[in-house]
Ligand binder design. Structure first.
Ligand code: PEP
Ligand code: MN
Length: 374
């Protein structure tokens, strides 16, 4: 009996050893960050960047409100030489980042002043600032007229970005797959008619340029959060990226996915918690509200919540939206449809425009309570 127990332990240890080793080696791989002084000049920044390159590292500049930092990514063996950059004018300190994700880590920001990242996603629309971002629209683009109509209504109610899928990743190959390029054209027309920027999902790396030509923000859906070819490709576009958490990705895996986009050169990444799979069946997924404060502790990137896909029922969207903002989210993304009963996709979780208006009014009070605006 005792022997059996020991045998089991040995088998268990053998199984876990590679996982533990992999985890440790990830944690040990240090990226150095060079923190510039608050008043450092552009010339001093450029000098540091060229020294980093001379040492065979790739510099990534992260612009902050008070100071800039440069991530130096490359072979771990030369990192001692990077330490000498501390003596250059304009450099405050050189520090290692221990977390497996580097550029996404909160460690690249000045944590003493609670510095976070905010950026413009379209003219005058900032994500991650004091004003919370509300993204609203149908699950999928259905027709030009219906989209223009929804765009006007959500804009009037106070939404700052219009959503709508043109390429729909559906569980069933027989379900509506989206209007594709025609849907992208309708998004552009609705954006112009209602003067509101847009976000839509891109599923295929080969479609990135096409989609980027029509919309402001590119969305990576939950099912593609670890499609590394897509993530790398998105590092190379000028559009900001809305990255959804997968239904089975841990928070650290989610941040590693963000790291793919950041390390490929795109610094504007918005994270979106959209519910994870649990044993619970009363809702479509389980909204992991804890992810909001955990992400805010681990990353400087803006975090929004999608309560529509998290719950699957419009009845829960109102309270989950309020909870998300109360927990510290920078915004929400909700599905809105004037006739959910005939929507081509996700009708049961879509709010009617009147309910969306009521949500906006309620959000104002919660935002105020946590020191933000709508
Ligand atoms: C969507 O937002 O259109 C969508 C498909 O959501 P998710 O990827 O979170 O399932
Ligand atoms: Mn949907």
């Amino acid at each position: 009996m005792e022997n059996k127990c020991i045998e089991n332990l040995v088998i268990t240890a053998r199984f876990f050893r590679p996982l533990i080793t992999e985890h440790r080696s990830l944690e040990r791989s240090e990226t150095m960050i060079i923190v510039m002084k608050a008043g450092a000049s552009e010339g001093q920044l450029e000098e540091v960047v060229s020294r980093i390159e001379e040492l065979g590292y790739t510099p990534h500049i992260i612009h902050g409100e008070t100071r800039n930092v440069i991530g130096a990514i490359g072979d771990e063996r030369g990192k001692a030489r990077l330490q000498y950059l501390e003596s250059l004018p304009g450099v405050e300190r050189v520090v290692p980042i221990l977390r497996p994700y580097k550029l996404a880590s909160i460690e690249v920001k000045d944590q003493k002043v609670g510095e976070r990242t905010s950026f413009e996603v379209a003219d005058g629309v900032v994500v991650g600032g004091p004003k919370i971002t509300v993204i609203a629209g149908p699950c999928s683009v259905e027709s030009k007229d219906s989209l223009v109509d929804i765009a006007l209504q959500v804009k009037k109610a106070g939404a700052s970005i219009l959503r709508g899928g043109a390429f729909k990743p559906r569980t069933s190959p027989y379900a509506f797959q989206g209007l594709e390029e025609e849907g992208l054209r309708f998004l552009k027309e609705a954006s112009e008619a209602a003067d509101i920027p847009t976000v839509t999902e891109v599923v295929n790396p080969g479609d990135v340029d096409l989609v980027a030509g029509y919309v402001d923000i590119l969305q990576v859906g939950a099912r593609n959060v670890q499609n590394f070819a897509l993530l790398k490709r998105l590092g190379d576009v000028d559009n900001p990226i809305l990255l959804k958490r997968g239904m089975m990705t841990t928070i650290d895996e989610f941040l590693m996915s963000a790291e793919y986009i950041l390390s490929a050169g795109n610094t504007r990444v918005i994270l979106c918690e959209r519910g994870i799979r649990t044993f619970e069946t009363a809702t479509r997924n389980t909204l992991d509200i804890s992810a909001v404060p955990v992400l805010r502790e681990r990353t400087h990137l803006p975090v929004i919540v999608d309560p529509s896909h998290a719950s699957g029922h419009w009845q829960y969207v109102h309270s989950l939206s309020l909870a998300s903002i109360a927990a510290g989210a920078d915004g929400i993304m909700v599905e809105v449809h004037p006739e959910p009963e005939i929507a081509l996709c996700d009708g049961p979780q879509s709010l009617k425009p009147k309910k969306f208006e009521a949500l906006m009014a309620a959000l104002e009070k919660i935002a105020e309570a946590v020191g933000r605006t709508v």
